[in-house]
Ligand binder design. Sequence first.
Ligand code: NDP
Length: 272
Amino acid sequence: MRDRYCVIGNPIGHSKSPAIHAAFALQTGQDLVYERCLAPLDGFDATVGALVAAGCKGANVTVPFKLAAAALCGTLSARADAAGAVNTLTFADGQIRGDNTDGAGLVRDIGVNAGFALGGKRVLLLGAGGAARGAILPLLGEAPRELVIANRSRASADALVARFAGPGRLLSACEFVDLDGPFDLVVNATSASLAGAMPPLPAAIFTPHTLALDMMYGNQPTPFMAFASGCGAIARDGLGMLVEQAAEAFAQWRGVRPETATILERMRSNSL
Ligand code: NDP
């Protein structure tokens, strides 16, 4: 029997993860099945239990279950623990291990795919939800000069600053109206794009050298990307992050890292 993996979410029909993992498996010669799994909103734990009982080897977790997944795990990686959110589950030896590969995927997309070196840069992270939390430790790991977290609810941004503060880390929180530019990198980790909206941002945070990355992806540029482009910045969507976080999970499960550039290229040209 082929090893089984899946992505758990609600809704889940839109997920591109099965296509990405199937392409990784083909490319690396791994014999596995990767499916979508719709969990009831009040039934995440039971769904995972059924997958484990059926011999499933691992699962990715998406909206709205990343926090529930963290609570369910017997062991957490340091980055999942710091994020308080899990997007990758590994079922082995009767244990459920949790990791968060979103932030590593983001950093790899920025560094490798976009060719942007984070070291010494002034970085702005918009949002303080699960995706933002997962991004902070990997971003700080690249030694930016400064990381500012701006969120609609200031208290959530303050809480993240308190949680991730440490020696040598220039980390601060603010509200959108108090943003003081310019920044080298602006990452939109708010879910505003899902509703076709964007946070109220001053144009002065962008320069022609600013990389403006929206974690959201779709057929059209998001309002954040359109605004950033209009201000002269370099806009990028979250498709590369999606592919890279998947590669990180795949490498953990299978012990082989897939090559991502061609997969990303095929997704951008709609041939995957
Ligand atoms: P959460 O629901 O955990 O967090 C939402 C965040 O967005 C909060 O900080 C919230 O602020 C803020 N927000 C929501 N609406 C608005 C608005 N209208 N204006 C300003 N701020 C707003 O979501 P996630 O963190 O899980 O996801 C965030 C985004 O990242 C989504 O678009 C998701 O699709 C994307 N994502 C992409 C991935 C990829 O691989 N490309 C991986 C993971 C996520 P407040 O605290 O005030 O409510």
